[in-house]
Ligand binder design. Structure first.
Ligand SMILES: Cc1cc2nc3c(=O)[nH]c(=O)nc-3n(C[C@H](O)[C@H](O)[C@H](O)COP(=O)(O)OP(=O)(O)OC[C@H]3O[C@@H](n4cnc5c(N)ncnc54)[C@H](O)[C@@H]3O)c2cc1C
Length: 568
């Protein structure tokens, strides 16, 4: 085991991690910063974002407008001080990206173009065609290369946050190429590991989105916040779960049932296709349940109709939508509606932080989808997430830098001892385990249970069932054997470690959902169909204890927008 030492270790090379690294490097050129990522940074899930990133850039818009839309979208569970902080800092971040070379799409007069997005009352979503994530990630990645004090450990898999005396002091990470475990000492650790969509069966999320950082932080004594709130995106391709961006509706696309009707007029008459994601997903499910869906090889779906936009608009503004529909659904949207159904897309919950990215555990910070600040509350508005990665990634980077500067130099070797137990757990425990259980079976069992029982609609019975089943799967997991003993790029070993993380998260999600006996935003309980501000206008906080999860409440911060009925 080799020991490495940095001032700051950032776990994750997506938008949040790269933005944090740049902010830390700018704070002081003498800080040594490492970005540790289980995949090459350009392969992070951020790359697949399509639609855009929200910021107030136009005269007709206002911070209060963006703030209120976000708070209403969140079903009043977002912390309003965090939202106010966020909307003010998003525009300079978008302009900074422009200066770093991000090729934003333009209006004919040369200004950065904006498009409509669900739940936003005016056009404020900035885009680069429908390949926004690719361009943003590329811009951040190339900018990070300018800083000599940023080093990268690509294809290193973090298995543990090392803590001493209640402080984070580094991480343990597997170098995938050699299969060796390293102790990486750091004065500050930033978790920027993204979402956890793979806990579900049908998801838009890449295979690497297994929520590692949330589970790592939970094990390092940081609480998880609002884990019951999962976003289901209304328009995913049946079979693969590939996302058809909301920009398709932002540019004017319609949702139709098997009678050719724009059925949303019954559910969100004013906003129609630009209603928020939680309500649209439920509306689609309702249409399907009432027999007005289309039947396909992967079950029922509705149609996303872009034909009236014409070939030119589709090619210019939605080229990737056309490509994805043709390649993965065999449908050319210029001539036919695209088959779509809702699928898991985003997790509003995550590692609890304040607006500076602090988790409460000294030396441990978090940002991006892995974190919960919270600006998204019970339902995120599309295009707020990429802006969140920029704003709070930057904050976490600066906070980690300030903290690292205030700490004494990393000592000679307190952490090698800490990593010994981790080495034993992985190499003597997991890798030697012969066990009778099959990794893929336990994982698909978990995904199926979450999909069936903790999906768009849930109730007390389904949640109890899911919780009991996930706990049983945890017992089965202890008997999952790793058949591949080879040290080099052992993907069976890393997939087994990822399942371990996901089982922790599945339990936290199902348990938090069971405790929230109301319906709010994306959490829709058929046995408690109403929002209940008297009893549940609070965040849920999950802590890990020796005997299991313990749940607590945290008040929601309300500054200027009193909770009101959420109608669109
Ligand atoms: C298909 C799709 C389209 C989207 N479109 C939009 C959009 O248009 N607008 C918008 O605002 N949002 C969109 N989102 C959401 C948004 O893209 C994500 O929330 C955001 O990109 C997350 O960025 P991140 O930096 O937090 O994490 P990610 O980009 O997911 O990066 C996570 C990083 O953590 C690393 N990592 C994870 N675990 C470990 C480990 N154990 N060890 C080492 N490294 C690890 C990974 O290697 C990776 O580098 C979309 C999401 C999807 C799935």
């Amino acid at each position: 085991m080799e020991r490495l030492a940095y001032d700051i270790v950032i776990v994750g090379g997506g938008a949040a991690g790269l933005r944090a690294a740049i902010a830390a490097a700018e704070t002081s050129r003498s800080l040594r910063i490492a970005i540790v990522s289980k995949v090459y940074p350009m392969r992070s899930h951020t790359v697949s974002a399509e639609g855009g990133t929200a910021a107030v850039l136009r005269d007709y818009d206002s911070f209060d407008g963006h703030g209120f839309d976000t708070v209403k979208g969140s079903d009043f569970l977002a912390d309003q001080d965090a939202v106010e902080f966020f909307v003010r800092r998003a525009p300079p971040e978008v302009i900074q990206m422009e200066h770093w070379g991000c090729p934003w799409s333009r209006d004919p007069d040369g200004r950065i173009a904006v498009r409509a997005f669900g739940g936003m009352t005016v056009k404020r979503t900035v885009f680069a065609a429908d390949k926004v994530g690719f361009h943003m990630l590329h811009t951040l990645f190339q900018t990070s290369l300018k800083y000599e004090n940023i080093e990268r450990l690509d294809e290193w898999f973090v298995t543990q946050i090392l803590a001493e005396g209640g402080k984070a002091v580094g991480v343990a990470a597997l170098e995938l190429r050699s299969g060796t475990l390293h102790a990486i000492a750091a004065k500050a650790v930033v978790i920027a590991t993204g979402g956890a969509g793979r806990v579900y069966e049908f998801t838009t999320n890449g295979a690497i989105k297994t929520g590692d950082g949330m589970a790592l932080a939970l094990r390092a004594a940081a609480p998880l916040k609002d884990m019951e709130f999962l976003q289901f995106h209304p328009t995913c391709l049946p079979g693969t779960g590939i996302l058809i961006t909301e920009a398709a509706r932002g540019e004017g696309g319609y949702l139709i049932n098997n009678k050719g009707e724009r059925f949303l007029k019954k559910y969100v008459p004013e906003k129609m296709e630009l209603g928020p994601r939680d309500i649209l997903s439920r509306s689609i499910l309702q249409e399907i349940r009432e027999g007005r869906g289309f039947q396909g090889p992967y079950g029922q779906y509705v149609g996303l109709d872009l034909r009236h936009l014409g070939e030119d608009v589709i090619n210019k503004k939605l080229p990737m939508v056309r490509e994805l529909a043709e390649e993965y659904a065999g449908v050319d949207p210029v001539h036919e509606p695209i088959p779509v159904r809702p699928g898991q897309h985003y997790i509003m919950g995550g590692v609890h932080t304040d607006v500076r990215g602090s988790t409460g555990v000294p030396g441990l910070f978090a940002a991006g989808e892995a974190a919960c600040v919270s600006i998204n509350g019970a339902n995120r508005l599309g295009s707020n997430s990429l802006s969140e990665c920029l704003v709070f990634g930057g904050e976490a980077g600066r906070s980690a830098a300030a903290y690292a500067i205030s700490q004494p130099a990393v000592g000679s070797n307190p952490i090698s001892g800490l990593v010994k137990a981790e080495e034993a757990r992985i190499f003597d425990g997991l890798l030697k385990r012969e066990g009778g259980e099959n990794l893929a079976e336990v994982r698909s069992d978990m995904q199926h249970t979450m999909e069936e029982n903790v999906g768009i609609y849930r109730n007390g019975d389904s949640l109890e069932k899911a919780l009991a089943h996930v706990r049983e799967l945890r017992r089965r997991y202890e008997r999952v054997g790793v058949r591949d003993k080879d040290p080099f790029f052992n993907t069976e070993l890393t997939t087994t470690l990822e399942l371990d993380f996901m089982l922790d998260l599945a339990e936290a999600i199902a348990n938090a959902a069971l405790l929230r006996r109301e319906s709010r935003g994306a959490h829709s309980r058929t046995d408690y169909p109403k929002r209940d501000d008297a009893n549940f206008l609070h965040h849920s906080m999950a802590f890990r204890t020796a005997t299991g999860l313990r749940f607590d409440k945290l008040p929601v911060k309300i500054t200027k927008w009193q909770p009101a009925a959420r109608v669109y």
